[in-house]
Design a protein around this ligand. Structure first.
Ligand code: NAD
Ligand code: ZN
Ligand code: ZN
Length: 389
């Protein structure tokens, strides 16, 4: 089959690789009809993830048609249309029983590598390096789905792929980010980033009762899409984020701050200024700025910082002193995707939201490498790419 493979920093290629086979009675094989490129893929593309190997098949936002199921699979049958979550979960461990699917204890065959890096291992993820299970990903013609009775959600005929494919990741991720922000009615919610995850966090913040949503980015078409979602926006290249948020909140700061940027944040002017002030006042050393620091510095005392943005390893100089003394709550994590499927599919079916608004590019799989570059460099007004194998 054809599949998008990682070969190194900024080097992905469409290769011919062996078709996946059933390896365990709980597996299913899915023929992929739509599969997306995610901001999380950019961490791999940018070479931030040390446990990638040349030839690894990428992709974790797929949907398609079940081709074959293993002997123990009872909930899926050939011909079913399914969206496959990016998290792989056994469904029966201590964590899965509590719907903490992204923390599954049994789905990472390379748990020992993860344990060395993190103390314990989170769940295995599709197309996300050897540390997280070395599972071939879904930017391919076919995908082997382990524990097929647990993660995949069956999609009724008549709903196009474009409306449901984001149930694989970014719609639940935006929703969980807003939920973890602990929004109370009327709260001011500030969201760093206007990428695809942030776009769903904006819409979800309204669903959860926000009174005001402020979204921060520098890419005009992404800011515009945030405005279409009824957010007020700040272009961090034009305005000082800290000062603007303080002005908007009578000096109190946003109640809830969501960092939907993560590892590859660009330095905003405001962050430098705020951190320079902090540095000057308490002798704090800083180097590469990131949005998490800005969120911590801006958040109102007693507020919540929710972090869907992916951080890898040891981001430098997190202002824990500010977080502690301002009594902030932190919530974060990879999304427990299946927990949200029924509720979010319900909203799509009821016409409350059409997630396809975020799609700017829909192209054949063979164009994947070109699209990685376009998406990473924010060229051609690219916000979300759907590949059609
Ligand atoms: P993206 O790269 O398309 O979006 C990131 C946005 O942040 C871009 O629009 C960029 O211009 C903006 N940005 C950069 N620096 C900034 C700054 N200093 N201030 C404000 N905005 C800034 O990615 P995405 O697909 O929307 O994903 C966003 C993050 O969410 C990534 O880190 C991704 O890995 C993560 N993610 C997490 C989960 C999860 O389960 N927690 C799932 C999917 C994605
Ligand atoms: Zn993703
Ligand atoms: Zn489990």
């Amino acid at each position: 089959m054809r599949a998008i493979c990682w070969h190194g920093k900024s080097d992905v290629r469409v290769d011919t690789v062996p078709d996946p086979k059933i390896e365990d009675p709980r597996d299913a094989i899915v023929r992929i009809t739509s599969t997306c490129i995610c901001g999380s893929d950019l961490h791999l593309y940018d070479g931030y993830m040390p446990t990638m190997e040349a030839g690894d098949v990428l992709g974790h936002e797929p949907m398609g048609v079940v081709e074959e199921v293993g002997k123990s699979v009872t909930k899926l049958k050939p011909g079913d249309r399914v969206v496959v979550p990016f998290t792989i979960s056994c469904g029966t461990c201590w964590f899965c029983e509590r719907q903490l699917y992204s923390l599954c204890d049994n789905s990472n065959p390379n748990a020992e590598i993860a344990r060395q890096a993190m103390g314990q291992s989170p769940a295995g993820l599709f197309g996300y390096s050897h540390m997280l299970g070395a599972y071939p990903g879904g930017q391919a013609e076919y995908l082997r789905v382990p524990y097929a009775d647990v993660g995949p959600v069956v999609i009724p005929d008549g709903i196009p792929d474009e409306k449901v494919v984001f149930l694989s990741d970014i719609f639940p991720t935006g929703y969980m980010a807003a939920e973890q922000a602990q929004i109370e009615p009327g709260d001011v919610v500030a969201i760093w980033g206007c990428g695809p995850v942030a776009q769903f966090a904006i819409r979800s913040a309204w669903m959860l009762g926000a009174g005001r949503v402020v979204a921060i980015d520098r890419v005009p078409e992404r800011l515009k899409m945030a405005q279409d979602g009824k957010a007020e926006t700040i272009n961090f290249e034009e305005k000082d984020v800290y000062d603007t948020l303080m002005e908007m909140t009578n000096g109190r700061g946003p109640d809830r701050c969501i960092d939907a940027v993560g590892a590859e944040a660009h330095a905003g002017g405001s962050l430098d200024a705020v951190m320079d002030k902090a540095k000057a006042s308490v002798g704090l050393a800083t180097d590469r700025p990131h949005t998490l620091r800005e969120a911590i510095m801006c958040c109102r005392k007693g507020g919540t910082v929710s972090i869907p943005g992916v951080y890898i390893g040891f981001p430098d100089k997190v202002p824990m002193g500010a977080a502690m003394n301002k009594a902030l709550t932190f919530k974060m994590g990879q999304t427990h995707v299946p927990k949200y499927h029924k509720m979010l599919l319900g909203k799509i079916e009821a016409g409350e939201i059409d997630p396809s608004f975020v799609i700017t590019h829909e192209v054949p799989l063979e164009k994947g490498p070109e699209m990685y570059k376009t998406f990473r460099d924010k060229k051609d007004h690219c916000i979300k790419v759907v590949l059609k194998p």
